[in-house]
Write a protein that binds this ligand. Structure first.
Ligand code: PLP
Length: 401
């Protein structure tokens, strides 16, 4: 029987433990696995027999998680990693060779940006940033040696929405592998593989974990590629997930669908509140009809997500005072947690991106990113309202601007 998404979040990858009948997948907290004899160990190392060897190469708790992720993303296979950056670096290093060129969306997470611009050039891999919403610019940026396009949508932190199917259509005839960072949407809202992407990556620290208590990453895609990455960039660089962390993700995923529904319903109310507030200059949220890619978001995502970026009137100083005045919303990076988090990209998550480049991609000094949680929306709005009233009452705001 074909199961629907919410059912898959609960059941995929899960079977009663064969020894005890435990319904919850056990945490196989072991580094190694005992072979019954030398010949069995040799066959497992030679890949001639299935079975566990050593947790960096695989572990039953990780395997259950990988099966669930593959089922949720509609992928043949998946891999679990110790962080989102471990997943992204393992995928890029696995797909690229010295002399290759990488295209990436110009609005991208700060550490992905530094991986691409600081580390990859050391191995002879060049890269070009391109505005994924400008299909003519994308077509022009493709070089004969372009092998991978890394795309975030919605993007961090300006919530630009890129048409995945349109980018996939440009990549396919040029044999470019499209890798989509699906962190901001989660598989509950967007399935990039169904739209033509080759690989999906996530910071599983975010919606997949959901509770702000684990750092992890996942990648999903064709089985042959996932098998190759497991035995190369996962095995040899070693960004493996711990069994306990894999279990935390398995537990978090069971509520992904209900959590994300609540996140999105809250975010819609918060975005509407901010959008009409006189102290708010600009709001970026793909669920507001004035968002430049509103139509693409409506088509590509089942809901517009729970990340909102906005600018408070009065610039950086007003924004700083507003954030520090908040009581419920916590000043912390990360997103997709049940708690509402707020941060300042220019001095935090994107401080690593050169200022000129930040400004060109809309990451102004006054931009604030809000990751709406699953509390009561009225309480989140009340907190934001009192913070905005406070900066609105500051007499010298234009002087600090
Ligand atoms: N991709 C995106 C879009 C992110 O926002 C982040 C972290 O914030 C990462 C990747 C990196 O994930 P991690 O912090 O789990 O390594």
């Amino acid at each position: 029987m074909k199961q629907r998404f919410a059912t898959v979040t609960v059941h995929a990858g899960q079977r009663p433990d064969p020894v005890t009948g435990s319904l919850s997948t056990p945490i196989y907290q072991t580094s190694t696995f005992v072979f019954p004899d030398v010949a069995t160990g040799a066959r497992r190392f030679a890949g001639e027999e299935a079975g566990y060897i050593y947790t960096r190469l695989g572990n039953p708790t990780q395997a259950a998680l990988e099966e669930k992720i593959a089922a949720l993303e509609g992928a043949e296979a998946a891999l679990a990693f110790g962080s989102g950056m471990a997943a992204i670096s393992a995928v890029l290093l696995g797909l690229l060779r010295s002399g290759d060129h990488l295209l990436y969306g110009d609005s991208i997470y700060g550490c992905s940006h530094s991986l691409i611009n600081e580390l990859l050039p050391r191995w002879g891999i060049t890269a070009t940033a391109v505005d994924g919403t400008d299909l003519v610019a994308v077509a022009q940026a493709i070089q004969p040696n372009t092998k991978v396009f890394l795309l975030e949508t919605p993007s961090n932190p300006t919530l630009k929405v890129v048409d995945i199917a349109a980018i996939a259509a440009l990549c396919a005839p040029n044999a470019i592998q499209l890798v989509v960072d699906n962190t901001f949407a989660s598989p509950a809202l967007q399935l990039p593989l169904k739209l033509g992407a080759h690989v999906v990556v996530h910071s599983a620290t975010k919606f997949i974990g959901g509770h702000g208590d684990v750092i992890a990453g996942v990648a999903a895609g064709p089985k042959a590629l996932m098998d190759e990455l497991r035995m190369t960039t996962l095995k040899d660089i070693g960004g493996v997930i711990a069994p306990f962390d894999a279990w935390l993700l398995l537990r978090g995923l069971k509520t992904l669908d209900v959590r994300v529904q609540r996140h999105c319903a809250n975010a819609m109310q918060v975005a509407a509140f901010l959008d009409q507030h006189p102290m708010v200059e600009r709001v970026y949220y793909p669920g507001l009809p004035h968002h430049p890619q509103y139509e693409i978001a409506q088509r590509q995502m089942s809901a517009p997500g729970s990340l909102i970026s906005f600018e408070v009137r009065g610039g950086l100083e007003a924004g700083r005072r507003f954030i520090e005045r908040l009581e419920l919303c916590q000043l912390a990076v990360s997103l997709g947690d049940v708690d509402t988090l707020i941060q300042h990209p220019a001095s935090m998550t994107h401080s690593i991106v050169p200022r000129e480049e930040r400004m060109a991609t809309g990451i102004t000094d006054g931009l604030i990113r809000l990751a709406v949680g699953i509390e009561d929306a009225a309480d989140i709005i009340e907190d934001l309202a009192q913070g905005l009233a406070y900066v609105g009452s500051m007499p010298n705001l234009s002087a600090v601007r």
